[in-house]
Design a binder for this molecule. Structure first.
Ligand code: BGC
Length: 758
């Protein structure tokens, strides 16, 4: 914002009455902000989001959001592309659609972490990994906002389930919050400055996110330098005055006359500082006015161009999970069984606020037919999208499969198994779908399962009997065509999983603590989420994070690092040669993980800190590079309330997935960080001696302990110094009080002061 604009906004605010200021902080209806005509302040129109514009026909109806727009693949699919350029392009297209549809701000992306595969809304979120999620969100936002249209990064924060989402308190320790649940938001805020951030419905450590001052102001604005405004999730506000004080500028939806009055009364009564209200109005007005700089309407929706883009993006999202004997791509087949109701009625998006009214929908069967040449396609529905079991449908599908050379099984996870508003009951396909897959695979050895779902699935029941599996996600309106492209090899699948597929639900990190009870959900697994957990537990999974096959193969060689020893402030550049060793062009996603050899706090075995997607012709080699900054090596230490870069050795692990590390280098970090001593009067002896200044201060005391330590039978079978290690120095001094020049309290306080002054 320029100084002039700041000045203008200040002036505007000074002309507003208290009533106008209170009113503008709540929506005028479901999708618009309050205009102040007398001062020329327009209203701003917001719409969901995230993967398509869900524009309402009438602004005072929350449900009637059904103006047609392009439905792109949902976030879990988008993350599987690992393709920053493509996500940016998607963002630009969404920005253009907002302009054509008269929308100022798009309510997305959602950057919440996939803590459990059971979260009903995982299809709207990117990943279990905060670095990948944050990178995807940042490029998405930058793409949309490059068109002069705003975004809303949501749902801030720790909104990782649908169960009791309006009331549950996510109980998360500080380090876990910083390293896992806030890190994606932080990255997106710092790299992309979304115009708005949407607070979550839930509580965080006992306080509603909508009135969480630490979250909305201390961390978001003060620490991260956020310049936009906070909007409530729709209906998230409980106490409007408390939420304004906490930093929530806009409550949605409106109107809420009683709450507006409560704000006016609070200012009159002195319980809300008018300056705080002014600051919220300033944050909001800055964006409302910025939105006006880009005229809306007056352009037409690029229906064909964006449908083609949706198909291209969908092609990049597909993850080839299994392809025994090179069954795919299909070659020389004359008779194809196409089984599954989702071949006729594409399952391409999820239910809830992200549900877009598409401009058109590719029918997977028709798209297949268009690429199948002279091959004959025979169809059986196989199952219904509703609950129930119908053996006759399975029998019909088996007959069709038997009569063909290959069976393509289109399996879409029904809405009762996955949607906004409720969590998933399990991570399985329906009983009918499992029985169908098994029965078809039993008669047709060339069976391909094509999955449409938004989050991880368990497959142990059936996958061994099936040679090929394609994860096609909630693929957007043009996904039917993209599936055909992949099946026939027009597109070489290059997507990789942005979330682990576990063997079974009970293996998942949050299993014991999901979805919580008596109003709380304890994030007991801490920082060990997704692959961080499976690595630490040395636990097998169905498909690891970062995994995906291709119709070609890649070799990794010549890992180099810019320095063997480096300073945190300088960072490190990692380069590796990647060669396409197969016979078709393809794309590889090169992943860079960091492993800390030793740290004061327990750390995951590896953490994703960089990635590059590279396109290679057969035989071609390219050198790819990733730069790692100091944050790539840091952990959050709650004792310092800060990120810590510890000196020591790190492995740089470069691989094709989290479980397929191809090249490794060991480097030494020399930290330049000056940290204050942590020693206090309750520190244990072990803590004193592991701190250099503490150890020095304690030398005479240690000598005294040695001299007066009990010996022989007085030891009572204990290793005396091992026992002392975990006792506070103060308590030990109490035992040796007779040998001290002064009382233990004075003595320990003097020693603490000595360490802090050192
Ligand atoms: C959802 C948000 C959405 C809003 C407006 C809420 O129920 O949680 O993601 O943007 O509704 O539709």
């Amino acid at each position: 914002m320029t100084t002039d604009q700041t000045h203008d906004i200040k002036q505007l605010i000074s002309q507003m009455t208290l009533e106008e200021k209170a009113a503008i902080c709540t929506g005028v209806n479901a999708w618009q902000t309050v205009p102040v005509e007398r001062l020329g302040i327009p209203s701003m129109w917001v719409s969901d989001g995230p993967h398509g514009v869900r524009r309402a026909t009438v602004p005072d109806d929350m449900m009637a959001a059904n103006v047609p727009a392009t439905c792109f693949p949902t976030a879990s699919a988008l993350a599987a592309t690992w393709d920053r350029d493509l996500i940016y392009e998607l963002g630009q297209a969404l920005g253009e659609e907002c302009i054509a549809l008269n929308v100022d701000l798009l309510l997305g992306p959602g950057v919440n972490i996939k803590r459990s595969p059971l979260c009903g809304r995982n299809f709207e979120y990117f990943s279990e990994d905060p670095y990948l999620a944050g990178e995807m969100a940042a490029t998405f936002i930058n793409g949309v906002q490059s068109k002069g249209v705003g975004t809303s990064l949501k749902h801030f924060a720790a909104n990782n389930q649908e169960f009791q989402r309006f009331s549950i308190s996510a109980e998360v320790d500080d380090r876990t919050l910083r390293e896992i649940y806030l890190a994606g938001f932080e990255r997106a805020v710092k790299q992309a400055q979304p115009w708005s951030v949407m607070c979550a419905y839930n509580k965080l450590n006992g306080t509603l996110c909508s009135q969480h001052h630490w979250l909305l102001t201390d961390v978001l604005h003060d620490e991260w330098g956020y310049k936009g405004f906070v909007v409530s999730d729709w209906g998230a506000v409980d106490d409007r005055v408390a939420s304004l004080a906490a930093g929530l500028a806009l409550e949605m939806p409106g109107p809420q006359p009683r709450r507006v009055q409560a704000v006016i009364d609070a200012v009159h009564g002195g319980t809300l500082d008018e300056a705080r209200l002014d600051e919220m109005v300033r944050q909001l007005l800055a964006i409302v006015l910025r939105a006006q700089e880009t005229p809306k309407g007056g352009t037409r929706l690029n229906v064909d161009g964006h449908h083609a883009l949706a198909r291209r993006i969908a092609g990049e999202t597909m993850v080839l999970l299994k392809n025994e004997g090179g069954l795919l791509p299909l070659r020389g087949v004359n008779k194809i069984a196409v089984i599954g109701v989702t071949a006729r009625e594409a399952h391409y998006q999820g239910g809830g606020s992200a549900h877009v009214t598409p401009t058109r929908v590719d029918v997977p069967f028709d798209e297949l037919a268009a690429l199948a040449g002279d091959a004959e396609l025979i169809y059986a529905p196989g199952y219904k999208m509703e609950e129930g079991f119908a053996q006759a449908m399975i029998d019909e599908a088996v007959a069709v499969a038997r009569a063909a050379e290959v069976a393509l099984l289109y399996i879409g996870l029904p809405p009762f198994k996955e949607s906004e508003g409720y969590d998933r009951p399990d991570i399985d396909l329906t009983d009918q779908q499992v029985a169908l897959i098994k029965a078809v695979a039993a008669v047709q050895p060339k069976t391909v399962v094509i999955l449409n779902n938004g989050s991880a699935l368990a497959m142990s029941d059936w996958i061994d009997g099936v040679p090929a599996v394609l994860e096609a996600w909630m693929m957007g309106q043009a996904g039917g065509g993209a599936i055909a492209d992949v099946l026939f090899g027009k597109v070489n699948p290059g997507g990789k999983l942005a979330e682990t597929f576990p063997l079974k639900l009970s293996d998942t990190p949050s299993h014991i603590n999901f979805p919580g009870e008596v109003g709380q959900v304890c994030y007991g697994e801490g920082i060990f989420v997704g692959y961080r957990y499976y690595d630490e537990k040395d636990m097998p999974v169905l498909f690891p994070f970062g995994y995906g096959l291709s119709y070609t193969s890649f070799a990794y060689n010549n890992l180099t690092v810019s320095a063997k020893t480096f300073k945190d402030v300088d960072g490190l550049t990692v380069s590796v040669d990647v060669t396409n060793t197969g016979s078709v062009a393809g794309k590889e996603i090169v992943q860079v993980y960091v492993h800390d050899h030793e740290a004061k706090l327990r750390r995951p075995q590896k953490e994703l800190k960089g990635f590059v997607k590279v396109a290679l012709e057969p035989g071609e080699t390219k050198t790819v590079s990733v730069t790692l900054d100091n944050r790539a090596f840091a952990y959050w230490d709650p004792r310092y309330n800060d990120w810590v870069n510890e000196s020591g050795q790190f492995d740089i692990l470069v691989g094709s997935s989290s479980a397929d590390i191809r090249e490794t280098a060991t480097v030494t970090l020399e930290s330049t960080q000056q940290l204050p001593p942590l020693i206090n009067r309750y520190s244990t002896l072990g803590e004193w001696v592991s701190d250099p200044a503490g150890a020095a201060a304690l030398t005479p005391i240690m000598q005294m302990f040695q001299a007066h330590a009990p010996t022989g039978s007085d030891m009572h079978g204990i290793d005396f110094f091992s026992m002392l290690r975990d006792m506070p120095l103060l308590k030990i001094l109490g035992w040796f009080a007779g040998n001290l020049p002064t009382d233990p309290d004075t003595m320990v306080d003097q020693l603490v002061a000595q360490v802090h002054n050192a």
